[in-house]
Write a protein that binds this ligand. Structure first.
Ligand code: HEC
Ligand code: HEC
Length: 267
């Protein structure tokens, strides 16, 4: 009997140790991991809840109580957090007066409230997320990258926004706004969500790196709007050419007059 039990203890020792170790791991995991997870979940739930309340007060009259859309505003299900961040962050929403296009105006919500509104709309259906800073910050771009950004801008954007990014009119009382003083994050978001008449540029047609170059180009363009010449009211290169033409022709005429007068004296 003694012999048997000793042998059994010996044989059971290894699996028992393993079971103990697993049990210990389980206890540690139960104590740490799920607690962290439920904290994060709780934050999102409170964000969404707070967003829903803000939405009921400021947005539901046009977009419906559950953002399902109403006579005055479209459904927001699936537009994503980026669309809310852009629309509210640029002051377009809440729209003040019905019209062809919601204009930019001073935003009345705090950053935190915008996050809450965005979290609420994002909880209704998947859509583009708010970008992280690495996605839109032009820090670290080379001159070469920025030159590529300029080319991309002229190919994809200047038809509506003008080569100098100063905006332009579109049919039916709509317009492409100026891009001067638009936050980099909002440039990124506009390109990915395509508000109103603007097309959506997917990551396949314009990669994040290419978009960063475009942002870098726009920053540089509007930091030094003179391009080495005079601004002439910022009307762009056509106007510059016009003045060069006038100035150049004027000089030529003066030169011709001077030659003619010299020639007359020589006779
Ligand atoms: C007076 C009515 C009105 C109010 C109030 C209003 N909206 Fe809008 N909203 C509109 C209309 C109309 C459009 C579509 C026209 C446009 O995009 O310019 C729109 C568009 C949007 C879009 C773009 C949808 C898309 O397809 O990408 C978002 C996002 C949005 N609204 C969010 C909000 C939020 C958030 C609020 C509250 C802070 C709000 N709106 C308040 C009328 C309104
Ligand atoms: C077909 C015309 C069109 C093209 C092409 C276009 N946009 Fe736009 N863009 C618009 C219109 C229209 C709006 C205004 C939408 C609104 O107010 O709801 C706009 C808005 C914007 C805004 C928001 C500016 C603000 O006032 O907050 C940015 C930034 C922008 N566009 C950048 C770009 C960039 C970068 C490209 C090229 C990659 C581009 N757009 C291509 C028509 C265009």
């Amino acid at each position: 009997m003694r012999f048997l039990s000793a042998k059994r203890r010996h044989r059971a020792a290894r699996p028992l140790l393993l079971i103990l170790a697993l049990f210990f791991l389980g206890v540690v995991y139960a104590g740490v991991a799920p607690a962290g997870k439920s904290n994060a979940e709780q934050t999102t739930t409170t964000q969404v809840q707070a967003g829903k309340e803000l939405f009921a007060v400021g947005c539901a009259s046009c977009h419906g109580l559950n953002a399902e859309g109403a006579s005055q505003g479209p459904s927001l299900i699936g537009v994503g957090a980026a669309s809310v961040d852009f629309q509210v962050g640029t002051g377009r929403m809440p729209m003040a007066h019905p019209g062809a296009q919601a204009p930019r105006k001073n935003n009345t919500y705090t950053d935190q409230e915008i996050e809450q509104l965005a979290a609420y709309v994002a909880s209704l259906g998947p859509g583009p997320a708010i970008p992280s800073e690495e996605q839109y910050s032009p820090v670290g771009l080379s001159e070469h990258d920025i030159a590529i950004g300029g080319e991309l801008f002229r190919t994809n954007c200047s038809a509506c926004h003008n080569v100098s990014g100063l905006g332009g009119a579109l049919p039916n009382g709509k317009y492409a706004p100026t891009l001067v003083d638009v936050e980099n994050k909002h440039i990124y978001e506009a390109v990915r969500i395509g508000p109103q008449q603007m097309p959506v540029f997917s990551k396949e047609s314009l990669t994040d790196d290419e978009l960063r170059s475009v942002i870098g180009y726009l920053n540089q363009l509007h930091e030094e709007p003179n391009h080495g010449g005079w601004g002439f009211g910022g009307l762009g290169p056509v106007e510059d050419g016009f003045w060069v033409w006038i100035g150049g022709l004027g000089t030529l005429i003066l030169f011709a007059v001077w030659i003619a007068s010299k020639g007359a004296r020589a006779k």
